[in-house]
Design a protein around this ligand. Sequence first.
Ligand code: VGL
Ligand code: ZN
Length: 224
Amino acid sequence: MAIPSMTHNDALIVVDVQNDFCTDGALPIEGGETVVPVLNQWIKKAEAETVPVYASRDWHPRKHISFQAQNGPWPSHCIQDTRGAAFHPDLTLPLSTIVVTKGTRFDHDQNSVFDETGLAYHLKQESITRLFIGGLALDVCVLASAMDALANGFEVILLKNGTRAVTGEGAAEALNRMEKAGVRIIEDDPESTDIPFCTKAPEWAEHARPNEDADDTCDDGRAG
Ligand code: VGL
Ligand code: ZN
């Protein structure tokens, strides 16, 4: 099956590619960082087609309800403004990236990027109808986001090579559920599509990171 071209009415959604979900993070997902080069390729392709890039981040307050110390399921992770909550440093998010912050509520966790974020409203305002989704974790936030995207009337393409799951069984179940619900799952490398890459980006853009400031803040000795 041919890889769908990215066009207008598409958006790329990069879910929670944050340090805490990678090796040595607080909630490490096996091979979490391996999604970075794959998603960087999709980001490049999106930029070449002027397809907007959205990056969600899990952004928990201390003592979040999802933490084990609060009787939740997870070790504490992605605490606001810490290094663990920062996007992976090798993720080449363009300056134009729109960041979607979730997991900030005190009364419930927000696994889906659509859960009380207003994102569906915004995407509809932008006339976006189809979402390319990758990131972490396949069986938690990517799954919840893809299912909510369908429920909100979007077409969904899962970038399978650009995601990793917390558990192996979780991965199989997530893929199964998504496929049954109507998510299109693609495994191909974006290099193999018919979309030309843009000619070389300007120097400054190659090094730009929207979270540069957050990183600096963490460098001066604060927790994280
Ligand atoms: C996630 C576990 C806890 C995720 C977030 O982004 O998939 N997983 N919080
Ligand atoms: Zn979380």
